[in-house]
Design a protein around this ligand. Sequence first.
Ligand code: F6R
Length: 245
Amino acid sequence: MKVIIANNSLEASKMVSDLIKEEIKNKNDSVIGLATGSTPIKVYSNLIENYKNGEIDFSETITFNLDEYIDLEKENKNSYYSFMNKNLFDHINIDKNNTYIPNGNSKDLEKECKDYDRKIDEKGGIDLQLLGIGRNGHIAFNEPGSDFELKTRIVDLSYETIKDNSRNFENIDDMPKKAITMGIASIMKAKKIILLALGESKKDALEKLICGEVDKNLPASILQKHSNVYIIADKEAGGNLTCLD
Ligand code: F6R
């Protein structure tokens, strides 16, 4: 794992957007795995700026998002479909037919999950996967205890995740309690992985990911086993990692 601790969140986000920019410049039809949440917002606004400056052409790029809530209308402002349009897709020249997000309203959710993994394979697999990390060490919505071998599937969100993500909903009862998530096995197949961790609240999870054992109670720790991973953090999240002294 290459661990990079940037001075602040802006610098960390710029490192990540630059790596994505390079990936797409080298291979126009790259398959990029995308995350939602607060962490990648600045990365996406940098990419929009890169596009507007003529530095990136997204016309051939293919994207797969990590996850989506179940039973939340696509048009709801908290769906990951809305998030991606608002924070990235509406502002760049990507063909929206090439942007894949699990459909949490599918009548056949099991089939939706299987089809999602199949579609990723059909497109040649993910070249670069962007990840955030939950305070409890989850990646995508693979909560603590998730088996590393699992693929895309339906999951119950943990109490901690529901509490964290309900900040965007008017009240906690409006927040979906289930989601479709890419599994850890699906994520680990990506050729390159970049995990971005920002802020003090991610400090403990990051310490365990980088300095601890591989343990399914800290799902992100599996990244230690991947051969091409960047962990990029700001000082608040990664400033005092005991094993890097
Ligand atoms: C989002 C996702 C999650 C988030 C994680 C951190 O698609 O898969 O694993 O990356 O919950 O969320 P934020 O960035 O809001 O702290």
